[in-house]
Design a protein around this ligand. Sequence first.
Ligand SMILES: NC(=O)c1ccc[n+]([C@@H]2O[C@H](COP(=O)([O-])OP(=O)(O)OC[C@H]3O[C@@H](n4cnc5c(N)ncnc54)[C@H](OP(=O)(O)O)[C@@H]3O)[C@@H](O)[C@H]2O)c1
Length: 299
Amino acid sequence: MKTLITGASGLVGSALVAQLRQSGHEVVRLVRRPSAEGDAFAWDPRNGTMDDRAFDGVEGVVHLAGAPIAAQRWTDQVKQEILVSRVQGTRTLAEAVARLPQPPRVLISASGVGFYGSCGDEVVNEERPAGSGFLAEVAQQWEQATVPASAAGIRVVTMRLGVILSPAGGALPRMLLPFRFGAGGPVGSGNQFMSWITLDDVVSSVQAMLEKDALVGPVNMVAPEPVTSREFARTLGRVLHRPSLLPLPSFAIRLLMGEMGEELLLASTRAIPDKLLASGYAFHHPDLVQALGALLDRR
Ligand SMILES: NC(=O)c1ccc[n+]([C@@H]2O[C@H](COP(=O)([O-])OP(=O)(O)OC[C@H]3O[C@@H](n4cnc5c(N)ncnc54)[C@H](OP(=O)(O)O)[C@@H]3O)[C@@H](O)[C@H]2O)c1
């Protein structure tokens, strides 16, 4: 199968490209900077331009591109970049595939469990309507931007991703630091739920969604057992053989990170992967003890 990937240089993209190639897929990439590499085609997601040759013979598209969400404090300008890079990029891509005489069979587009906003200890599956807050607004507009593709009859999957765990990047390496210094612990009250998934499971489930037609629409990309921040800290401490009792108080998060800390660290989302499980997907890492043990190689 020939697959086109955007955001291929990122955490998910680089692992996905490697895995698909290893499985015998042909992979081409849409890149924002001109490249002489034969598998790379240029696009400008902001201005809506792209090299249409990228789509030749493509059967599946995986769209991951977007400005980083957790890299810096959310000033108005940073929020605008987070939103516009996703909405414009997705619309550009969805309109481009919809115009093709031979469109791909499937468009798999990233989104996040931030869609649901902060919902305490309520268990949320894909049926739950959107919540409130900046990330919920971004996720709604991001998913909505795929409509030109679904209206053209292309199967569209929007991946509501939880926190992706990998030693290679994203949240986990940042979380490890205080634990290594013996200063790890729960964040805020510790009662807020965190929906997580390992990078291995993201890559494998994307491959399954490319190859099988079982899934369509929003899909919670999270492990079946979300945990509270307190449980997460306890488990990480146990796996690392380090203490995990020192809480990082909510006021410090708000002071240091503002709105970003509020939505990324203090919000509570207890999402479960109803549709993935119903599709028959078997998680490599269904529970956190085993997942962190495997990722940090302390089995
Ligand atoms: N990691 C997580 O825990 C997590 C959780 C929920 C949702 N997600 C979402 O899932 C997607 C993939 O996640 P990831 O962790 O692989 O992200 P990532 O490592 O930040 O990679 C995203 C990629 O998007 C492209 N990009 C960067 N800035 C951009 C901009 N201003 N405009 C357009 N494209 C830009 C870059 O690829 P090129 O340089 O190749 O264009 C970059 O490598 C992202 O959209 C992310 O928001 C991730």
